[in-house]
Design a protein around this ligand. Sequence first.
Ligand code: UGA
Length: 436
Amino acid sequence: MRISVIGCGYLGAVHAAAMAELGHEVVGIDVDAAKIAMLSAGRPPFFEPGLPEILASSVASGRLRFTTDISAVADADVHFVAVGTPQSADGDAADLRFVDAAFRSLADHVKAGDLIVGKSTVPVGTAARLAEELAVAAPGVTLVWNPEFLREGFAVQDTIGPDRLVYGVPDGDAGERAARILDHVYANAVASGTPVIVADYATAELVKVSANAFLATKISFINAMAEIAEVTGADVTKLADAIGHDARIGRRFLNAGVGFGGGCLPKDIRAFSARARELGKGEAIAFLDEIDKINLRRRSRVVELVEQQLGGDIVGKRVAMLGLAFKPHSDDVRDSPALEVAIRLVEAGADVVATDPQAIESSRLRAPQLKFEHSLESALRGAEIVVLLTEWPEFVSLDPDEAGDLVASKRVVDGRNSLDPARWRAAGWQYTGLGR
Ligand code: UGA
């Protein structure tokens, strides 16, 4: 099929490359010329495992190209909109500027019979509004809302083999035709039995935000238990293992620690709350405000623990910060708990040296006041406290004896509860986890 993808960020670039990998003819479009130049050369502008390989092969095969010229969409029949919907500068709501701009520019170049497929995460009601606008600006074009559930770090596999497909379609023949076209786009996944849920626009939009709200709730639930564990001497990790054996609860996404960050969960729950308030139903999901607060409190707790472990005086103390990305296997530092804690420790006067296998450059752009070391050894050398905030495999597998030879004082705050406390204590470390 002939496909265009508008927006080549974490979502769009992966989607474009994955669609080409599946055999479609794809053009990726973005307003950022530097990004387009890199992608055209087959190089991803961010770190995502598996993306360099499929990008390079699809660009080389000629099935995938990139441009800043929106008129290139005229060569395609199915147009994916994958632009960002960040939090507004002045509140919790999603900023729909990029979505609106993408639809306005698309409308000038699409033809009757084309399909526009929204992938961006939008407040419920957006698709219906855009469909009305399209009926005037581009008659005969059908809009589908097809939310994305990819996880950074696993984005390629999640796009090629999603665990479900959701199509939000209009009523009647146009909707049925749109669903058939999307079944062709995702023919491989559909043939391998991936569940397809065809729904109305509002349901499709809500599936996305409610899934992220549920995941955020699960994480904040266990972090709330960590707060209680901290005042009772209980171990939240054992608690999670024990309740996780109940199949109705499940162990996944019950890892207590410094909490969730990234470009999705935090802003999505805030935008959802803002939208519910607009709809007069703020109370229905008022608990999400609490979920957000629990999450942010964990960041403060890490800062507090570092201060405590250093005897209340952190000015000038050397802190080795292991991790900056919001999670491992990513260079994304948007709303990253690790980066925020690092910045707060610097503000409090600590001498923070941070390291991360992939996120140093993205962090430097946002927090030039931090000191960075590419080598883990250099970051550890002379540290008075080690703070682990992103559970990269190389940090989790650190040998406490070898690390002990590098640091000035054997103190560690394990902000992801991913080290073995017994092993670290046996090696002479003062170990502190979150909620254990
Ligand atoms: C999330 C969702 O998991 C995806 O399904 C969704 O498609 C995506 O947002 C999106 O909306 O685009 P992602 O942001 O890549 O994906 O990251 P997650 O794997 O969900 O992790 C989010 C945060 O939660 C990370 O900071 C992670 O460290 C934290 N987390 C995760 C915990 O603190 N504890 C856990 O048990 C699990």
